[in-house]
Ligand binder design. Structure first.
Ligand SMILES: O=C1C[C@@H](O)[C@H](O)[C@@H](O)C1=O
Ligand SMILES: [Co+2]
Length: 298
């Protein structure tokens, strides 16, 4: 893997912002110390991180860590344009001060990812033409606002949202301008389409537009349970849908070789939300780190 790729890890394995009861016992300092000790040089932002920029930078830099991105929910497809833009500007400025170059957003209009609804039922949002137009106009605008600070915007395709499937990812990238990008998440692509092959085809098709990568592995047996028992996204997470690369059913070798071939430059972020009381975050961070080292030399 080329030298322009850097490895980060998300705090979600230690403390889960969506379900704060998962990892409530883990402190911010424990989390970032273990990230550094496991051999990562960057991380995303969690809700236990201090908002004071100088303090946060200090805590991170003494551990050799840098912020590479943080999630922002957008609501363009239901018309909440102004509110989204205001939040985006604040988020952009926060990330800019921390030295991040990309801003990863997820369109959450009618999302069921946090609701108690079957993930594979009929409730997943499906955008109509007008909603796609609103989304595309919104993301085009975000890209211009990001560019004011030399930053780039990417959308995180996500289970339970209107940009989940392969066709929806294609449509998103067709509709937006060329300066609007993709955050490719291996776990969500695999979960959405149900196979390694489809996940790889999505990545192959959109390599040139991929500016940030989340590395999650998936446990097939838990996905089967989510389908059979009509579980929600979060119920699946608690049961262990996701894990670190090398611990589940995805083969990451072709993922890394595609990125390498395309001379991908940017961050790859291990992001494995599971219950920290069942999956010790430090053990799993080390496990993921070792697997990536073995396959990439990074
Ligand atoms: O990037 C992500 C952020 C989380 O909040 C989300 O639920 C997770 O699955 C993810 O991929
Ligand atoms: Co992700």
């Amino acid at each position: 893997m080329n030298n322009n790729v850097r490895l980060a890890i998300a705090p979600i394995g230690w403390t889960n912002d969506d379900m704060p009861e998962l990892g409530a016992e883990n402190t911010f300092e424990q989390c970032i110390s273990e990230m550094a000790l496991a051999g990562f040089s960057g991380c995303e932002v969690g809700n236990k991180y201090p908002r004071d920029i100088a303090l946060l930078k200090h805590k991170l830099s003494i551990r050799g860590l840098q912020i590479c991105n943080a999630w922002l929910s957008t609501y363009f497809a239901d018309g909440r344009r102004q509110q989204t833009i205001e939040q985006f500007i604040e988020h952009r400025d926060f990330l800019y001060e921390l030295g991040a170059k990309v801003i990863g957003c997820s369109e959450q209009t009618s999302s069921i990812q946090s609701l108690h609804k079957p993930l594979f039922g009929l409730d997943k949002p499906v955008f109509n033409d007008k909603q796609w137009r609103l989304l595309a106009e919104g993301y085009n605008l975000l890209a211009d606002i990001a560019a004011e600070k030399g930053m780039q915007v990417c959308l995180h395709h996500h289970m339970g949202t209107g940009v989940q499937t392969r066709d929806e990812i294609d449509r998103y990238l067709d509709e937006v301008n060329n300066n609007v990008y993709l955050l490719f998440d291996t776990g969500h692509a695999y979960y959405a389409e149900g196979s390694q092959q489809s996940m790889l085809e999505i990545l192959q098709k959109h390599l040139a537009r991929t500016i940030h990568v989340h590395l999650k592995d998936v446990r097939d047996n838990v996905v089967d349970e989510v389908k059979k028992q009509q579980l929600s996204f979060r119920e699946g997470v608690v049961k262990g849908t996701f894990t670190v690369p090398g611990d589940g059913d995805i083969d990451f070798k072709p993922v890394f070789s595609m990125l390498n071939h395309a001379q991908y430059q940017g961050w790859m972020v291990v992001e494995a939300e599971q219950d920290p009381s069942q999956a010790n975050p430090f053990d799993y961070a080390l496990k993921g780190r070792q697997y990536i080292r073995n396959l990439t030399g990074l």
